[in-house]
Design a protein around this ligand. Structure first.
Ligand code: ZN
Length: 262
């Protein structure tokens, strides 16, 4: 029987080679990189949407009952998000930045763990927003979530901004458009990348999943690491496809690439 470490040895060597040869890596991440931090995959078999009805943005803005429901749902997950710690994959991506190899991280995740692992905010695009702060839907002012969740858990009243606007965790809701400036920035990064790594994503949610394809269309080698099928499997742009938990292979490949460059 071969150990898990040896199981991926040839693939990891190829991955390390790509990492070593690249100076402007674009990392695209999905839920699969955060399950190791205890963040549930919302789309998985035990996902929250099996139990709850999502609140659409239009309803949030138009109905107090919908705002209560949304805040109640967010309150249920808040302690888990607040206490989650980055794992070895987030740390490896941060190591790529320290080694001067990272162009940017574009993530579908709302857990804020890339920032917590040390990825610079100027290199981070959180396409679906973040649970790390609360945002006013009128004036855009951002604030710390904790006091708002505390107040809501006592009063059951959705918090209101000083300006009178509705406050909402800064994640993109169902029926809410992605921020144009985030998409533009992600596309600009994609056009400059010399390697694209898609990690822990099924690559099935658009427009986010376009970002790796933009990079690949400009000639950047496209590598996918995911446990389970992705919608980009079999695309001619994909240079390397690793069927694995990202945490089993990326941290050691990054260490190898950075050591090898010294
Ligand atoms: Zn406001």
């Amino acid at each position: 029987m071969i150990s898990r470490k040896e199981e991926f040895a040839p693939e990891r060597a190829r991955l390390s080679q790509y990492l070593r040869n690249s100076a402007n890596i674009l990392v695209f991440t999905g839920a699969g990189i955060s399950t190791g931090s205890g963040i549930p995959d919302f789309r998985g078999p035990n996902g929250v949407w099996k139990r709850r009805q999502p609140v659409y943005y239009h309803d949030f803005m138009g109905s107090e009952a919908a705002r209560v429901e949304h805040w109640d749902y967010k309150l249920e997950g808040w302690a888990g998000f607040r206490d989650a710690q980055p794992n070895a994959t987030h740390a490896a991506i941060s190591q790529l930045e320290k080694a001067g190899k990272l162009l940017a991280v574009v993530t579908q995740n709302i857990d804020g763990l890339h920032a917590r692992a040390g990825t610079s905010l100027g290199k981070l695009v959180e396409l679906h927003g973040t649970n790390s702060y609360i945002e006013c839907q009128t004036c855009g002012r951002r604030s710390d979530p904790e006091p708002h969740f505390e107040a809501f858990s006592q009063t059951r009243r959705p918090p209101i901004c000083e300006c009178g606007g509705f406050l909402k965790p800064a994640t993109i809701s169902f029926g809410q458009n992605l921020r144009v400036e985030d998409i533009n920035q992600a596309e600009e990064f994609a056009s400059k990348a010399d390697l694209i790594l898609a990690l822990g994503s099924t690559l099935s949610v658009y427009p986010a999943a376009n970002i790796p394809l933009i990079a690949a269309s400009k000639g950047a080698p496209y590598i996918i690491i995911n446990r389970g099928p992705t919608e980009h499997d079999g695309f001619p742009e994909v240079r390397l496809r690793l069927e694995a938990d990202v945490g089993e292979i990326l941290p050691s490949a990054v260490a190898e690439a950075i050591e090898g460059a010294k």
